[in-house]
Ligand binder design. Structure first.
Ligand code: 5GP
Length: 193
């Protein structure tokens, strides 16, 4: 298959959501896989846009029906990649997963033989910038914030498993870099045929 699965990871608050929205609006050959989660929507989030928000029971039901390419639990909530959507979209387009490090590595392993998976990590220019971005979000309690900061350290420590690291210092520059990586990878894949 010519199309590529791009797994875009990066710590919470690094701005990967904004970057992903921008690259999708500039490249029609990309489809975004919208994950399912049992976490409650944050203010401003909409069902079917950031995530499909479902109850824990519904999520567990869907696990038992083998509906997810991969799933995991973060901060007490389930998150999963809908399998049929990804496989269907890959017939026509390259697909973007916005996913954590463990999920990205897992998805890559599961898709071996189906398509190539390219791993891209978005990182902050420094740790303090990220901490202030996260505290500005105010949708989490202090305890949740500390857990998230621990998770940030873990995610950043996995950088050597990734094909590309993109520093999100300037949003436009980071977006251009991402679009270039995606274009180059798609051209490379096409050249193989
Ligand atoms: P948040 O609650 O901040 O939106 O996401 C929490 C974590 O869940 C993030 O690290 C995010 O990348 C991860 N996540 C989002 N969707 C998925 C998914 O489909 N599968 C897995 N394994 N992790 C996900």
């Amino acid at each position: 298959m010519r199309n590529i699965l791009f797994a875009i990871s990066g710590p919470s608050g690094v701005g990967k959501g904004t970057l992903v929205k921008r690259i999708l609006s500039e490249n029609d050959n990309l489809a975004l896989s919208i994950s399912c989660t049992s976490r409650k929507p944050r203010r401003g989030e909409e069902n079917g846009r950031e995530y499909y928000f479902v109850s824990r029971e519904e999520f567990q039901q869907r696990i038992s029906e083998n509906d997810f390419l991969e799933y995991d639990e973060h901060f007490g909530n389930y998150y999963g990649t809908p399998k049929s959507f990804v496989l269907e979209q890959l017939k026509d387009k390259s697909v973007i997963l916005e996913i954590d490090v463990v999920g990205a590595l897992h998805a890559k392993e599961l898709m071996l033989g189906e398509c190539r998976t390219v791993l891209i990590m978005v990182v902050p220019p420094d740790f303090d910038t990220l901490r202030s971005r996260l505290t500005g979000r105010s949708s989490e309690t202090e305890e949740e914030m500390l857990t998230r900061m621990e998770r940030v350290k873990y995610e950043l420590s996995m950088q050597d498993k990734y094909d590309y690291i993109v520093v999100n210092d300037d949003l436009n520059e980071a977006k251009e870099r991402l679009l270039n990586i995606i274009d180059q990878e798609i051209i490379r894949e096409g050249d193989k045929i």
